[in-house]
Design a protein around this ligand. Structure first.
Ligand code: ATP
Length: 642
């Protein structure tokens, strides 16, 4: 499978044909769901109807939680809180303020989103278990709050919520109600699916894979997570609105912990990250709940509703143990077993194997775009007094450097000299203890990496930061993030296809520049270490940076790959790109760099052209200790490479 030329998706098909090709699965899926919902009221018993209605209602908070957990990787145990806020606000607006249904419903959803925004502002700084615990706490606050507040009717709740009327038709039976809910679920589903495939959606799953790499490509991870948290609460609030209509009473049970667990179960059973899975999970959990209502009292005589939670817990554990990818995983495994399902041609993966150094063509087929905002030779990066202390350890000590535009600076030094720490402070991954980093005239030290990325500074990592949930081209495509504009809203509305196809084509071209096109559609995690490193360089180049920080780009590369990499870097410099290179292959650095800076024990011990640095006794001693024989041998080797 090659993409040597412009890929097929940028072809000349009509808009309608392109729309169908891009949305076939969604349209077919939604068509089937709508058809089923039309048929169910005519065919199902009243108890099954009831389950289906609740499944559709709970599909909404499940879709929302799936965006948060599956896409953004944020565990929330408080989805019931937003569900309850939507339900209660809607009920209060209807019964106490007598507002029209659509207005009350809108206020219900907005109330859930507003609370999510207020609590999300501090909570989205938390990660993993802490966020789960904090949202659990929020759930308890809402649960106790509605029980204790007069406005929410304390333990009795709010009664007398009348069913809505649509175009004068009262929605007064379950069949009508199901048809009333279905369009909202379908629209919610399409919006969520669009978001998943959008620029923002890709950024969210990238954050989930490696927050550091996503930030370094310009993703404001905090803002993006906050937006998804608020959006997720909006879905829950809408579910709450429909719930209030369906049961005609809102009581503290809507805010109970077991509801959060059951929504969590829907998402996990459905398959984290799959929007369709969340809908399927909502159905499964509703039917499961009904089944448990019969089964559990038979096993535990006299058992009440609380024991149902035990059943949910057991199912949750079993799913996590036996089917961690949920129904989605089961469905995709089954699909690939079908004879007509699309399969990769045998041996397609990793079909491209680099030749030996002797047979390798080091000409670069295509040069990625380079942004050159500063005239060659002008300072692009100025480091002043940069220092990083870890308790008693001074990892970087008062380093000052100026990097002229359009040049390659090699940053070298023995293990533990402070090179990566320096990189981390320049790119924003670490806050300096002292000193400043000025890039293109802006002080960027102490700011988040996405700020540096927004100004045009991109980096690669010594410890690879691969987006493992996507393929190789998907990784490079993420590099285009800063070149795109579409946010969460445009992503949900699917208004970015032109922008996306342009970036995708550019990503293939960049892969071509490093001879990785044959692996473009392979899973990034399946690539060899060396190829992953090359892919990271391609990803950084996709951002069209003005300054590229490369942390050991040659490590793990074969001799042939090193030659291609070195040639690419030379040509990028000729095109005007500024590069700072940390590399242990000193000979490569000496042959590539215009200037070399040497760190030892956190201190800048030499800085100048490769020739003067090579002959600097302080450098030789720092590298080779005090053994002069070794020092001379190393110097001879360096001269041979020069
Ligand atoms: P290498 O070439 O081995 O990657 P390096 O030159 O990149 O090394 P750094 O990783 O920047 O060196 O580390 C510089 C020094 O700072 C080392 O002594 C290291 O142990 C110390 N150091 C780095 N990070 C921390 C930390 N989080 N806490 C304490 N010390 C640290």
């Amino acid at each position: 499978m090659t993409h040597a030329t412009t890929p097929a998706f940028v072809g000349t098909r009509s808009t309608g044909a392109r729309f169908w090709a891009n949305n076939k699965a969604t349209l077919i899926g939604c068509g089937i769901l709508v058809a089923l919902m039309i048929v169910v009221p005519f065919t199902a018993s009243s108890s099954v109807m009831n389950i289906v209605v609740f499944a559709m209602i709970f599909a909404l908070p499940a879709i929302g939680l799936n965006l948060l957990m599956g896409l953004a990787g944020q565990v929330s145990l408080g989805q019931a809180a937003f569900f309850a806020i939507g339900a209660y606000t809607h009920a209060i607006m209807l019964t106490k303020l007598d507002l029209p249904g659509p207005v009350a419903a809108t206020i219900g959803v907005l109330a859930a989103m507003l609370v999510a925004l207020l609590v999300g502002l501090p909570l989205m700084r938390l990660r993993g278990h802490y966020l789960a615990l904090a949202t659990l706490g929020l759930g308890f606050i809402v649960m106790i709050g509605v029980r204790e507040w007069d406005v929410t009717g304390r333990t009795t709740g709010i009664y007398g919520i009348s069913r809505p009327t649509v175009f004068g038709i009262p929605i007064d039976n379950s069949g009508f109600f199901l048809w009333f809910v279905t369009p909202f679920v379908v629209i919610g589903l399409i919006l969520a699916l669009n978001l998943t495939h959008s620029r923002a959606g890709r950024a969210l799953s990238a954050v989930n894979d490696s927050e550091l790499a996503a930030e370094s490509l310009g993703v404001n991870t905090y803002a993006l997570r906050l937006k998804v948290f608020v959006l997720s609460a909006g879905f829950a609030g809408l579910g709450g609105v429909f719930y209030a209509y369906q049961v005609a009473i809102v009581s503290p049970t809507t805010a109970e912990f077991h509801l959060s667990v059951s929504i969590l179960l829907m998402v996990v059973i459905g398959g984290l990250g799959s929007v369709w899975g969340a809908v399927a999970g909502a159905f499964l959990v509703q039917f499961l709940g009904e089944g448990m209502r019969d089964v559990i009292p038979a096993i535990f005589p006299g058992a009440t509703g609380e024991v149902q939670l035990l059943g949910y817990g057991i199912v949750l554990i079993l799913v996590i143990l036996l089917l961690p990818g949920g129904l989605y995983q089961a469905a995709t495994t089954l699909w690939h077993k079908l004879p007509f399902a699309g399969k990769r041609p045998p041996g397609d993966a990793h079909a491209h194997t680099p030749g030996s150094a002797s047979e390798l063509d080091t000409t670069i087929p295509q040069l990625p775009l380079v942004s050159t905002p500063v005239a060659a030779g002008e300072p692009i990066l100025v480091i002043e007094g940069l220092t990083k202390r870890y308790g008693g350890v001074v990892a970087v000590n008062d380093v000052s450097l100026t990097v002229p535009a359009g040049s390659i600076l090699g940053l070298i030094g023995p293990n533990g000299a402070g090179k990566t720490t320096c990189f981390n402070m320049i790119s924003g991954a670490l806050t300096p203890s002292a000193g400043t980093v000025t890039f293109l005239g802006q002080v960027i030290s102490g700011r988040k990496p996405h700020v540096a990325a927004a100004h045009g500074l991109t980096r690669t990592f010594q410890n690879l930061q691969v987006f493992t949930s996507t393929d190789v081209v998907g990784n490079v495509y993420m590099g285009r993030y800063r070149k795109g504009r579409a946010g969460v809203l445009r992503g949900m509305l699917g208004l970015q296809s032109a922008e996306q196809s342009g970036h995708r084509a550019a990503s293939y071209e960049i892969l071509q520049s490093m001879r990785l096109t044959d692996a473009a559609d392979d899973s990034a995690s399946d690539l060899s270490f060396g190829k992953q490193r090359i892919m990271e360089v391609c990803r950084a180049l996709a951002a069209e940076p003005a300054l590229l920080l490369l942390d050991e780009p040659m490590a793990g590369l074969s001799g042939a790959e090193r030659e291609v990499m070195a040639e690419l870097l030379r040509r990028l410099r000729t095109a005007g790109l500024t590069i700072v290179l940390v590399e242990h292959d000193v000979a490569q650095v000496m042959s590539l760099a215009d200037h070399v800076a040497v760190l030892d024990d956190g201190v800048l011990i030499a800085h100048g052209d490769p020739e003067s640095v090579r002959n600097d006794p302080a450098v030789v001693v720092a590298y080779l200790g005090t053994d002069l024989d070794e020092a001379e041998a190393e110097l001879t080797e360096l001269e041979e490479h020069a």
